[in-house]
Design a protein around this ligand. Structure first.
Ligand code: GLA
Length: 385
């Protein structure tokens, strides 16, 4: 897909010229998994794969949206927005417009052409990218006043309320506020953040397992409920703890008898992962990349054994990566149950990593992985055409 194609498609489908072009990136999380909805810490970065929208305003209240990737056009009236099971991709667009309306904003009718190269369902947040691209399009076309943090929250609300995943804030936040060559260290409680430069002699390599994610929404929502259960169980002794963010590993261990073993393991992942993010940020700032890598491996083990959101294919990818010369760290990234791993690989070892991991993974699983180097990119941007 090129942007020329998208503008051309827009003109062909809608018989008019687009007015703006918007780009919102997918993300990869370096460390801090399943911590965001526990008021914890995360460290994602935007990737150089994105969702693009070209758009033009209309004088009526209709939205006509065309997806290049699905070859489908859908039309709805902003006065009566409903889910469309026949064009599921459009529900993200519908959800975002609904959230603007809830704030009292007037969203104008629009024609939209959408395309992207964030692989769908692979844990790189193509859905958050589509939400953020839609929100930016609405903001510009309808002249809506909204700050970037509120826009990220609005997109999260759209996903939670209209699409049904009880997700945290990480994906929409970094797709909105991320910056080139930096990781975004976010405190998911008060949404304060810091851009930490990614200056290292290593590259971020993503391995897409190509394993279809299954049960993702129900298992995700279940994990969230288990974490909330653990906080409730701790309330007699830790009355002030509002979320697992407020619990130390020691406090959790001392009170494990208050909860089922399963909740204890879920909580142990979260409280240790929060500690790992804080340490990892320190190592990144001081340039101690080997220690950063060690924490990535620990994070993976915790997600695999305590949180149980990995799968055989992701474990194999991490194992193969760890056997390669020049691999500094590797872990699953995103919600899990399939999807991708993120790897830190010494620059000179990247070519061999790509070839060897891909070959060995395919030999073991029969699946052909996608292994690519990613350049940390900017959050959402728009350009008038
Ligand atoms: C998904 C959610 C995020 C986050 C991750 C797991 O990507 O959208 O909010 O919870 O899973 O870290």
């Amino acid at each position: 897909m090129t942007l020329d194609n998208l503008a051309e498609t827009f003109s062909r489908v809608f018989k008019r010229a687009p007015e703006i072009e918007v780009r919102a990136p997918g993300r990869v999380n370096l460390i801090g998994e399943h911590t965001d909805y526990n008021d914890g810490f995360v460290l994602p970065t935007d990737i150089d794969r994105a969702i693009w929208i070209t758009a033009a305003g209309r004088t009526d209240t209709l939205v006509r949206a065309h997806s290049l990737d699905f070859g489908q056009t859908t039309t709805f009236d902003t006065k009566r927005i409903e889910k469309d099971d026949n064009a599921v991709w459009s529900n993200y667009i519908r959800g975002v417009i609904r959230e603007f309306q809830k704030r009292g904003d007037q969203v104008k009718g629009m024609d939209l052409a959408v395309s992207g190269n964030v692989p769908k369902g692979s844990g790189l947040s193509s859905s958050a990218a589509l939400e953020v691209a839609t929100a930016e399009t609405c903001r510009v076309i309808s002249g809506i006043q909204i700050d970037p943090v509120s826009m990220a929250l609005l997109c999260q609300a759209a996903e939670r309320q209209f699409v049904g995943v009880q997700c945290g804030i990480m994906d929409q936040f970094v797709s909105t506020l991320g910056r080139e060559n930096a990781a975004l260290f976010l405190d998911c409680r008060d949404l304060s953040f810091e851009l930490v430069p990614l200056e290292m002699q290593a590259r971020i390599v993503i391995c897409d397992s190509r394993k279809q994610r299954s049960l993702q929404t129900s298992e995700y929502n279940k994990r969230r409920a288990e974490c909330e259960g653990a906080v409730r169980a701790l309330s007699p002794v830790l009355g002030d703890a509002k979320a697992l963010r407020d619990v130390t590993p020691q406090q959790l261990d001392e009170n494990k008898q208050l909860m089922p073993e399963l909740w204890y393991r879920r909580a142990r992942h979260v409280v240790t992962e929060n500690g790992r993010v804080l340490s990892a940020v320190g190592f990144l700032k001081s340039g101690d990349i080997p220690q950063f890598g060690r924490l990535m491996y620990e994070s993976h083990a915790s997600l695999r054994d305590d949180y149980e959101v990995s799968c055989a294919e992701l474990d194999i990818l991490v194992e193969l990566a760890s056997q390669q010369q020049g691999t500094i760290g590797a872990r699953m990234t995103g919600a899990g149950f399939g999807g991708c791993t993120v790897n830190l690989v010494a620059s000179e070892a990247v070519a061999d990593f790509q070839a060897t991991v891909a070959e060995k993974y395919q030999a073991r699983t029969g699946l052909k992985p996608l292994v690519y180097v990613c350049s940390p990119s900017n959050g959402v941007m728009h350009r008038k055409l």
